[in-house]
Design a protein around this ligand. Structure first.
Ligand SMILES: C[S@@+](CC[C@H](N)C(=O)[O-])C[C@H]1O[C@@H](n2cnc3c(N)ncnc32)[C@H](O)[C@@H]1O
Length: 200
């Protein structure tokens, strides 16, 4: 039987942890997001995996909370970062119990949301952002379900459900609740960074 997204990230937590606690490639993006925010701004690392970028957010003067639906990733994140709050939850759930944030930073996590759920995903983000809050996201440039969704790891087959969406499609799911302030080429030709501001 093919396993899904959550199982994939539960089963591969060591791989991501080993690579990304060392790899600082996303730091320039985080610093670029921080320029829009005040010192100690409350930010949600949406789809934080084992907390490596959450830790970097803290290191540059932000006040992050990490959220992921992979319980193994959250266990690892908590063990490594006693000074940061982490929550195990699905980003499609009502997250208003977490309070309001100055920004949501979603690095390579909305790529796992199906088109049918994108509108709900942006609504959940909207609901937890302060007035004039920001949504910073890193997404794939290609359109449709990517072949790289299908992965074998330790002889187990996974469908990681990786999707690419055009900017027009993403914005059509935002219900005019966000306005684009900047877009940037990502780490390579597959990735793009979008900076949005909540319209309140
Ligand atoms: C490609 S990893 C990116 C992790 C990290 N943000 C980074 O920059 O490397 C995607 C993460 O999103 C999480 N994720 C995917 N769908 C999710 C959902 N519906 N709710 C919460 N987390 C989710 C996965 O568990 C995984 O940790």
């Amino acid at each position: 039987m093919i396993k899904g997204v959550k199982d994939y990230y539960d089963d591969t937590v060591n791989k991501w942890t080993d690579e990304w606690y060392e790899n600082t490639a996303m730091l320039p993006f985080l610093k670029s997001c921080a320029k829009y925010l005040k010192e100690n701004a409350r930010v949600l690392d949406l789809g934080c995996n084992s907390g490596y970028e959450t830790k970097r957010m803290k290191s540059i003067g932000l006040n992050p909370v990490g959220l992921d639906f992979s319980s193994k990733s959250i266990e690892e994140a908590k063990a490594r970062n006693k000074d940061i709050d982490f929550v195990c939850d699905n980003m499609l759930n009502d997250l208003t119990y977490l309070g309001k944030f100055d920004a949501v930073i979603a690095i390579a996590s909305i790529i796992h949301i199906t088109e049918d759920n994108l509108e709900l995903c942006f609504k959940r983000i909207y609901d937890i952002l302060d007035d004039n809050g920001y949504l910073f996201m890193v997404v794939r440039k290609e359109e449709g379900k990517l072949d790289s969704s299908y992965k074998t790891y330790n002889d187990i087959e996974y469908d990681r459900e990786v999707y690419g969406y055009s900017k027009d499609l993403l914005e059509s799911k935002m219900n005019n609740n966000f306005s684009l302030i900047k877009e940037e080429q990502g780490l390579d030709e597959h990735w793009i960074y979008y900076y949005y501001k909540k319209i309140s």
